[in-house]
Design a protein around this ligand. Structure first.
Ligand code: GSH
Length: 231
């Protein structure tokens, strides 16, 4: 099994956490985002969306990090509490996965990551959306009242929420206004050091890029404006 992954990409890191938590051996193929390795026609054969990550399980190609995490659990660990079978418990895990992708990480990525790599400003509107997403996650944690995002046990629902939240740590965004998120984030780190070790590498890379914006001027991106660099 191969995972095409970018070393500081939250969706890739969430899949790597899943592989680690399930003890599945795999070959890690590093895709260098800053060189635009994912924008080639060769890469599009793996994933026509030209996004990272992609799983290649003996020729079975799967993109979309959430689908990959669900597939890994279903195929290799159907009885794992990481992806419970009980319909309501599983629905909550699925909710956290969807909430993250559609709402939480969507606003974190737009506010924290896009301006780190491309020619965008952080805007008051982006900050507003980010705070709405954080307040919503805070409320979900309050309503459920459990240690982890979808219950008292760790599930795959926690992984992408963690790898999204690490982007905030990378830009020194304080979680003081969101005590339940802060507590959940620290609990995850303390109780799952081997999983956090995977995420921490990405967080440190992002923290580096926050202070030293990468030079992507050799890249032609189909969507994002490339920052001009004075050489
Ligand atoms: N929906 C995708 C999103 C993955 C994603 O956003 N990957 C980023 C890297 S972290 C990417 O490939 N972006 C392509 C680009 O910006 O050119 C997933 O969850 O797998």
């Amino acid at each position: 099994m191969k995972l095409y992954s970018v070393s500081d990409g939250p969706p890739s890191l969430a899949v790597r956490m899943t592989l680690k938590a399930l003890n599945i051996p795999f070959e890690l193929v590093d895709v260098i985002f800053n060189n635009g390795e994912h924008l080639t026609e060769e890469y599009a054969k793996l994933n026509p969306q030209k996004e990272i990550p992609v799983l290649d399980d003996d020729g079975f190609l799967l993109s979309e990090s959430i689908a990959i995490m669900q597939y890994l659990c279903d195929k290799y660990a159907p009885d794992s509490p990481l992806y419970p079978k009980d319909p309501k418990q599983r629905a909550l895990v699925n909710h956290r996965l969807c909430f993250n992708g559609m709402f939480y990480y969507a606003s974190i990525g737009a506010h924290c990551l896009a301006p780190m790599f491309f020619d965008y400003e952080r805007t008051p509107m982006g900050l507003k959306k980010l705070n709405i997403a954080l307040a919503t996650f805070e409320e979900y944690l309050k309503r459920l009242g459990t240690k982890y995002a979808a219950g008292d046990n760790l599930t795959i629902g926690d992984f992408p929420l963690m790898t999204a939240t690490l982007c905030l740590e990378a830009i020194d965004f304080s979680l003081d206004e969101y005590p339940l998120i802060k507590n959940w984030y620290e609990t995850f780190k303390n109780e799952n050091p081997d999983l956090w070790a995977i995420a921490e590498g990405g967080m440190k890379e992002l923290a580096h890029f926050e202070k030293n914006p990468p030079d992507l001027s050799a890249m032609t991106h189909p969507i994002h404006p490339i920052r001009k660099v004075n050489k």
